[in-house]
Design a protein around this ligand. Sequence first.
Ligand SMILES: *Cc1c(COP(=O)(O)O)cnc(C)c1O
Length: 396
Amino acid sequence: MKTVYVDNAATTAMSDRAIEAMTPYLKGVYGNPSSLHSVGQTAKEALDSARARIAKCINCEPREIYFTSGGSEADNQAIRSAAANGARKGKKHIITTVFEHHAVLHPLKKLEKEGFEVTYLDVHSNGLITAEEVAAAIRPDTALVTVMFANNEIGTIQPIAEIGKICRERGVIFHTDAVQAVGHVPVDCAALKVDMLSLSAHKFHGAKGVGALYVRRGVPLQTFVEGGAQERGKRAGTENLAGIASMAAALEEACEKMQAVSAKERELRDRLIDGLLKIPHSRLNGDRESRLPSNVNMCFEGIEGESLLLLLDAKGICASSGSACTSGSLDPSHVLLALGLPHEVAHGSLRLSLSSENTREDVEIILREVPKVVEYLRGISPVWEKLEKGEAPHLI
Ligand SMILES: *Cc1c(COP(=O)(O)O)cnc(C)c1O
């Protein structure tokens, strides 16, 4: 049976170029970049080169890149650092949205317990906020605005440049979790006027366990990890050179191929959306225009997302109901609830996230199997029976 992998928002397969780029640092170039001898210095050169190439892809300076263990660490560090710097000036207010990734929401919850006040901006039913809403929430004691670039569940792309402009004018630090965006849509740190930006290699065909935080020069940064001079003294620990090399290669490749890949993904995405919307009582979640080329997120009334996933998996289709972090729990996604969907509807969600490796054949398989599985599940659902008998109103 053919495997149709459409869970690329959870993680991607490594590209050949990324694997080839990391192999030398696993086999031959094993030096510690902090060592003064030639083996170490060769490793140091590779580290510098990777940093410069990553910086070029997102239009920043190499020294503005801090390597981390991934997107979660970058988010945590950005928020912790901005909060600590704000608190020193008596600024203990933070602005975010209700539908951020948990790597943003959980540190913020913790900061609330430590005396910070967090404003959670509601998203509109299309999964977007406006820059004006951010502007209206800024106060004299606002230490940080953190708004994700592209949502990991519904793929909506926020007006980051406009928010950046407002934050810069008002002198407020602006962080964006761009983990779903980097390598997929153009990301230009200078043009966006962001102060901090998180990215993660495994979301664009690099290795897992490696990412970066961009921090604009002049923005104060707290030390993440004590114990050494690596990353300009901000994050101690011998660098994950193989992972970092894979990230640089993967990002260069993603940026080179971005136009062609997004055009292909967009075509497959639109076929999927149009095909799946033919299922009665279905809906697309998130704005159709301001959306990642790779993201499809649907709700089907009267079914349970987890059952749908298991049955699709049995047919070789690897999809998701939303965030990988909440799968396994029975609570509906906080992102879908944020759109104003009732619990019953939010439960019946399906996220299909594409990559350059997906084909028209994959789309045909999905469009053949999903309607069958939805019909089967509705056939055995007491909830659906009630809806069909008119004992409860259809919500979509
Ligand atoms: C995957 C993801 C993260 C976490 O990145 P890791 O590298 O897996 O820690 C954070 N934010 C968003 C939006 C993501 O999609």
